[in-house]
Design a protein around this ligand. Sequence first.
Ligand SMILES: [Zn+2]
Length: 340
Amino acid sequence: MKTRRRPYAEQRPQDLGGGVWSVPVPIPGNPLGYTLVYAVESPKGHVLVDAGWNHPDAWDALSGGLAALGIDVTTVSGVVVTHFHPDHAGLAGQVREASGGWIAMHENDAALVRLMTEFAAGEHDAFQTDMLRRAGADPGEARQAMGGRPTPPALPDRELRDGDLVDLPGRKLRAVHTPGHTPGHICLHLEDADRLFTGDHVLPDITPHIGIYPYDRDDVDPLSDFLESLDRVSDLGSLDALPAHEWIFPDVAARAAQIRHHHEEKLERLRALLAERPQPLTIWEAAAMMTWNKPWDELAPMLRGMAAGEAAAHLRTLEARGQIRRLAGVEPVRFHALDS
Ligand SMILES: [Zn+2]
């Protein structure tokens, strides 16, 4: 597929018309390249949609990019983040310090930020070690797949729920709860302009990571949530999409349908894979057999850990649909297909 992706160095702050601007903010050392931060004008000041990665270069790009568009970062009235991930919420705290404005996010992600803030370093290691063992990773591999404790973003001042209007006098910017990538991911519908800020939920070329942590949870089903969230966005019609990465694109409903199709195919391939095996598979074994953007042997340990999270999410959805089952009381957890 031909990609329209351009490196960060070729990105520029842009006036998108209708009182909406975009500023590319670099994500140092990350192949995604940049986060698109949007500013929306209102008589009470500008509200930012996402803020970018917490790094001095990113701050310079954000404050400098806004200034180039005639917006002083110290006059920003608030930041609404689409979800708590560091490339979106990372700089929200610094914007709040500089401007005295508020930070808003969905209540489910706010709860996660509180949890992360309370997580001690040792607890995080134990959590990962247990999770990897129960997924069937061998101890050496598990050690390499461990990530450091994530740095939590600033706690929000305001919590949003589905359907809430963001504090933006004179305009209508409504939160649309789209869980999946995170439990509290929101898209923001600018109803007075038929535009949808999609965060990571709907991107023009790539698809967001959908994982389960710990991998063997059976009380959540984030992939089913994500697929329903794609339908929610499709129901809004063929709005222009303003995503947090890559580029702006028309007809969010068409792209949402493509992404749904991609996951349905992946689910069917995984179901068929389990059906062909006489022995039940661990999450790790299933992940190693699935198709990723690189062969499993070439995936770095951290990326294998993420692939396992994604495999776990697909297994959980097949289980919820009654197509596969997990064996009771075994460790590591194993799944087998049911006759269809
Ligand atoms: Zn994200």
